[in-house]
Structures are given as C-alpha cells and as structure tokens.
Ligand binder design. Structure first.
Ligand SMILES: CC(C)(COP(=O)(O)OP(=O)(O)OC[C@H]1O[C@@H](n2cnc3c(N)ncnc32)[C@H](O)[C@@H]1OP(=O)(O)O)[C@@H](O)C(=O)NCCC(=O)NCCS
Length: 250
C-alpha cells in the first residue's frame, strides 16, 4: 500500500535521496525548502507501508500576485524504480494539481520535460492531457531541448466548485466573498486537500467574513510560512539564476 500526503520540511532528506537516485537535475536543500515552506500544500510525498519515500512531486506557484496569470509549476517529479508503472506518478500529479487549484486558485499547471523522456511525456500528454506550449532549445544542463507543457486546471476536473455568496452583515459593510465547496468524490482519496471543509466557520474564508471581514491570523493557512518564504525568495532566485535552481528542472 502506498499513501500520498502533503510533503513538509521533515521529508527533505527522503525526497532529495529519491531525487538523486532518479534524476540528473538535483537542487540544493535551500531550493527544496523554498518550495516546501513557500507553498506547503502542493508538494506531495508517496510513502510505502513502512513510511519510506517511494515518490514525490515538488511544486511551486508562479505569478501568484497576478490573478490572471497565477499558475502552478512542477519543479520535479520522480517515482522509485520498483514502484513505477503502477499509476503512482499520475496520482502524485493529480494530488498536486488539485491543491494548486483549490488552495491557490491556479489557472493552469506548467512543467518542463526532456524531449527524450518517453515515460514522462506519456504520463503528461496521454494520461494527464498536458499540451505542448513551446520547445526550449538547450533547456537542460547537458544541452537537450525541453518541452514546456501546460495543463488547464478546472474546478470540475477535481470535484471542486467555486460559488460566490454574499455573507455580508449590515447592508453595504461586507464584501461578497468567494467560498469554495467540494462537490462529489475527489479523484484521489489520499489528497490532503480533499478534506478541506465546506463549512465557512472551519474553512478560513468564511470565517473571515463571519467576523466582519477581519483576517484571523490563526485561520489563515500558511501565512507565516509564506512570509518566511518571501524572505528566502530573493536568495533562491539568485541561486536558480546561477544554475543550481530551476534551470534544468523536470
Ligand atoms: C516518469 C515517471 C515519474 C513515471 O512514473 P510512474 O509511476 O511509472 O507513472 P505512471 O504509472 O503514473 O504512468 C503514467 C502513464 O505513463 C505511462 N508510462 C509509464 N512509464 C512508461 C514508460 N517507461 N514508457 C512508456 N510509457 C510509460 C504509463 O503506461 C501510464 O500511461 P496510461 O495512464 O495511459 O496507462 C517515472 O518513470 C520516473 O520517476 N522516471 C524518472 C524521473 C523522471 O523522469 N521524472 C520526470 C521528469 S519530467
């Protein structure tokens, strides 16, 4: 039995070990932390029944301050050799993409894949319906070309529904707020985000409106983490630009 859950900083060693065994694109721990701390719900780890890492997906959100461009990006994906061809990578990808949509309202998911990586291209293009966006010549460190691929993220593909409700108090005082509710069964029962409550009092969004529009820091998921991540962002970007970061990613 293999289970999938949100990855966190304690999984760093297990994930980087799997990464080194499976891929030539390896990153320094700081860049991994940048993902895990900055966007805590979209990187996932797959564990066997002994709690050993047998796969992971490492992801981030790009253009997050622009509602018209916000999207998720898969930085790395790998499944341990003996666990391949059992649908695990597909489950990891769907779990991450669902959380990108649900938690960050991402519009699409992007990634890069080597032209020669038949297994990964089959997964992305045939199973997950990614579309080729553009060929980046010499994208990888060894000079191989990489395809940038995109996949639209739609609520209905993940059993999500975004409805708008006026939860205002006295007339004219409170804004109309978006409330996300889950509809039907999620595609993957292991997806942590699937358990997110539709009850405004529990979900954070509703609670914000319930107490008059003020933000309750205790209910704002990941706010502290995001603040920490922002301070790491400049350093990580600089490292990525110098070759130890995203260049040559999956
Ligand atoms: C690519 C990788 C993540 C796929 O993991 P996986 O768990 O075996 O993938 P899945 O079992 O979910 O398979 C998904 C689809 O890809 C297909 N597939 C998997 N391996 C394949 C292979 N070697 N050749 C052709 N198709 C393959 C499966 O048949 C399946 O298609 P289907 O849904 O139509 O049946 C895994 O091979 C891996 O870790 N490779 C090394 C790291 C890597 O390349 N990462 C991706 C970088 S972009």
């Amino acid at each position: 039995m293999v289970s999938i859950r949100d990855a966190n900083v304690e999984d760093l060693l297990a994930m980087t070990s799997t990464n080194v065994l499976c891929l030539p694109e390896n990153y320094n721990p700081r860049y991994w932390l940048y993902h895990l701390v900055g966007w805590p719900h979209i990187s996932k780890i797959a564990e066997d029944r002994f709690g050993r890492c047998v796969g992971y997906v490492l992801a981030k959100i790009d253009d997050e301050t622009n509602d018209e461009k916000i999207h998720g990006h898969i930085t790395s994906l790998a499944v341990a050799r003996t666990y391949r061809k059992q649908g695990l990578a597909g489950r990891l990808m769907r779990a991450s993409m669902r959380s990108m949509r649900e938690v960050y309202t991402a519009l699409y998911c992007s990634l890069h894949v080597r032209e020669s990586n038949r297994a990964a291209r089959t997964l992305y293009e045939r199973s997950l319906k990614f579309e080729r966006h553009k060929l980046e010549v010499g994208y990888y460190g060894d000079g191989e070309d990489g395809w940038e691929m995109h996949c639209k993220l739609r609520d209905e593909d993940f059993g999500l529904d975004l409805t708008f409700e006026d939860l205002s108090g006295p007339p004219g005082t409170a804004p109309i707020v978006a409330k996300r509710v889950t509809t039907g069964a999620s595609k993957s029962s292991e997806e942590g985000a699937a358990s997110r409550s539709a009850d405004p009092a529990e979900s954070g969004e509703g609670a914000e409106a319930a107490d008059g529009g003020g933000v309750n820091p205790d209910l704002e998921p990941g706010a502290k983490d995001v603040a920490e991540a922002k301070s790491m962002k400049a350093d990580a970007s600089a490292e990525a630009a110098s070759g130890s970061g995203d260049a040559g990613a999956t």
